[in-house]
Design a binder for this molecule. Sequence first.
Ligand SMILES: NC(=O)c1ccc[n+]([C@@H]2O[C@H](COP(=O)([O-])OP(=O)(O)OC[C@H]3O[C@@H](n4cnc5c(N)ncnc54)[C@H](O)[C@@H]3O)[C@@H](O)[C@H]2O)c1
Length: 389
Amino acid sequence: MGIAVIGFGWMGQAHSRSYLRIPTLFADRPATPELVVCADSVPARGEEAVRSFGFVRSTTDPAVAIEDPDVDVVVVAAPNMLHEELCVAAAAAGKHVFCEKPVGGTPDQTARVEKAARAAGVITGVGYNYRWAPLVMYARQLIEAGALGEITNYRGRFFSMYGADPLGLLSWRFDHDGAGYGVSSDILSHVMDLAMMLNGPIAEVCGLSETFIKERPLPRPGEGTHYDRGRPGDPTGPVTNEDYAGCFARFENGSIGNFESSRAIVGPQSQMAFEIYGTKGSIMWNLETMNEMQIFLTDATDNLHDGYTTVYAGDRYPYHGAFVPGDANAIGYEDLKVIEDLNFLSAVVSGVQHQPGFAEALAYVSVQSALIRSWQSGSWEKVDSVRID
Ligand SMILES: NC(=O)c1ccc[n+]([C@@H]2O[C@H](COP(=O)([O-])OP(=O)(O)OC[C@H]3O[C@@H](n4cnc5c(N)ncnc54)[C@H](O)[C@@H]3O)[C@@H](O)[C@H]2O)c1
């Protein structure tokens, strides 16, 4: 299975490592991936992809990678506002497309990408990787089996410190021309995708957004990620998308949701977390301790010894044993990308659409679209599917 990777930063490298590891972890894999071509606008990154990752060739022109006859799958890991052009071109070339979240920087872009993929009939995937944490998969099984009873309320948050330092560079994530929307696209998307996977569609939202740090030091062109720092006195530019996005929500099943995301918060470092409460139990999970989950089940406790049980990840849970055997031997962030890419390969081989694909990306931006309307109206807004025609 020939792979092209477009954008060789954090995510492009993570997917490339993941495709390299699949043959070493899964003897019964659906296909053996081959890293064919890496496209990055910075030539040194493509050269590094060939030298250290074993890509056959590199280019600075994504069109060359997309049109390469040896390529079956295009992985789009470039900044958000480039997703539409790259995904539409890949679909038009008949290539299966895995795009990092959020698939476009605005809801309209996501809709155009889904339309192009549907028209081309290609398999699509999107990088909502927290779905693949073994304990999250177990939580999903418990919820679907009714172990929590009727769901009453759900809390989701992604609090990250990546933008908390005012000296953090004005990289593409803080710029509407590079990223589109801010945290509502970047990290609230993960939170709400997981919420909808675990608790179904969201019917209406009422929310707020804020930009706390209005100016940041400018990076040199083509350099600097959201983890890099400038110096006091460096020239600055305006931040043009939101640092914070949050809302109350009502799910279609009647339960209540409460969501927050911030990239400019001091304390929580990468707190992508959910709590789900039902009439018979509840579950809490947090990426910062992704190999642990707190479970409270009224059926499993008595009046004298009730309380949350800490469950440690281990090879009893889905996919965990492929990485490490036994109980409480931890797996890590990039292992989730391996599970994600393995499942995407399976979908391509079987021809059965992958989940999450562009349809799930569209489901989230439909909620985001209502949220953006709510920022403007100050009112509750109904979630209507963003139209794709
Ligand atoms: N799933 C996740 O948890 C997760 C985590 C981080 C990022 N992401 C997503 O991955 C994507 C990339 O983010 P990142 O953090 O890897 O960014 P990054 O800044 O680390 O890397 C982006 C890369 O794209 C390259 N690039 C820029 N313009 C290009 C062009 N025209 N053609 C080819 N390459 C180009 C840059 O040179 C850079 O190497 C974003 O959509 C982001 O939302 C997802």
